[in-house]
Every structure is written in structure tokens, then in C-alpha cells.
Design a protein around this ligand. Sequence first.
Ligand SMILES: [Zn+2]
Length: 300
Amino acid sequence: MPELPEVETVRASLARDLVGKKVKLAAVTNGRAVRRHKSAKEFRALLEGHTIKSAERLGKYLIFGLDNANHLVIHLGMSGQLLRSKGPKDVKPKHTHVVISFVQGGELRYVDPRTFGELFVSVPPVEGAEVEISKFARLSIGGEGLRLRRQIPEIAHLGIDPFEDQIGWDRFAAILRSRSTGLKVVLTDQDIMAGLGNIYADEVLFAAALRYDRPAESLSTIEIRRLHRAIIEILTDAIKFGGSTLDDEQYVDPDGKPGTYQERHQVYNREGLPCFQCRQPIIRVTVRQRSTFFCANCQS
Ligand SMILES: [Zn+2]
């Protein structure tokens, strides 16, 4: 499943050529991809004729600002891909559900074999309407996150985005001390932290030398600071390498190129292989039906 580094890679790539382009047509061939709308027609009507003004991200959501204060919001779900193409003559991959074409030429295609992802056009709340913003995100002291949540009620529930919401380690500490569940559960709960998933939570916890099942409230100040730093460092590094593409997953960037950060994973998908730090075999356990990888010697 694409996580923050993959979504950010897609955002940066699309920002380069979509901003300033005007949507000509939005062809929907699978209504499930636009399921928040009453009909595909409604989705089309909100998008066609509008120019893309910005490309942002919050958690795992891509957010394209339109010229009328609405936003095109895209979540890639488990297996979604956004692919650019020169035009209708390019062969459409199987499971292409939405094709957005532009007045200036070119197309953006949404491809998703499992169709857990979605696209929708969000209309800002009417003036004076109360948007319920995540109590964790409200701890933010800067960044673009709060503005995005106020404009887009559908994503207002998202917890802290490590880049778009600024919280110092002390506020991060307050969040952790309020949770008694294991660290991995806390880090991957999108209503607490937005953007981390199965892969990067494992990599972050290894970098911070903390076990997945450590109760969040039990961390010392030093451990909290280490975890806070590891989140930023691992995600920054993963973005630098274009995210991770695993054998069984579909993630590619808009040009169809896979990421290379999987070559740098310390624990994820390395069951039985020696830990790069201590040579003990990496262990895999199943937590909430998903694999967790860790080193029992290096993480405590
Ligand atoms: Zn180790």
C-alpha cells in the first residue's frame, strides 16, 4: 500500500506538469472509484473546465487545488496508480477507472486493480460551518495541515502529518503518553499519525531501536525524542529514493518507474535474514493480520 513517501513522490512528479493545466474531460469507467459522489456525472461536472492551481499532500491523500476553491482529492488505497500519458492513443492499462484529459494535452489515468482507492472533488464548507478537526492535529503549531483540514472536511479527521504539521517532540510526547497500545498500532493509526503504514512503521521503529509492541505510554523522554527524529529521518530518506516498490505490490510513480528504497530496508520483508547491526535473524510476527518485522536484539 502506498504510504507517505510514495504519495509524496507522486505529488512532486505531478506538481511539475499538472499545475496550470485545465481539465477537459474526466471519463469514469468504474463508478466505485468516485463512490463519494452521487454519480460519476456529478464528479465530472465538478472537475471539467477547471484549472489545477496546486498539488499538495496530507497523510496518504493527494490534494489538487482547483481555480474555484474546490479540491480534487485522491487516495491510492491498496493498489492505486496515477499514470501520465500523452493521450488517448497510448494503450490503457487494465483496471483504468478514470481518465482525466487536459486542454493543453496529456492525460492522467487512475489505475487500481482492487479499487480500494478513490477520487473525489471536495467543496469547502459553507462559511461559519464547524469542521471537526482531529484533536491531535490541533496540537500543530505550524505547517499547511490545519489549513488543508479546514478547507477539506473529508480529511479533517487525519492525525499529525510528519511534514505538513509542525509539532515539537514535547507535543509528540503528550500524544504518546496518552496511549497505552503498542507503538506500531499508534504509528499506523491514521487518526493519530497520518502517512505511516506497515512498511515505514517497521523501519522507523528499527531506527529508533523500539519494539512494535512497546506500550506508547511507557517510553522515556530519550526514547520519545529518538522516535520523533526517526520518523522524519526515515520518511525523508524514503522520499529521496522514490519510495518502496515490493514484488507483490503495484506501486510505481506517474512515469511507471518503481521506487528503490526497498533496497535500503533494514527489517521490512527481511524475515530470517541477518540484522544489519547485530547479525541476529530478523523476526516476523503477525499483528492485526499484518506482518511486522523487527530485530529482537536491537529493539526493546
Ligand atoms: Zn539487530
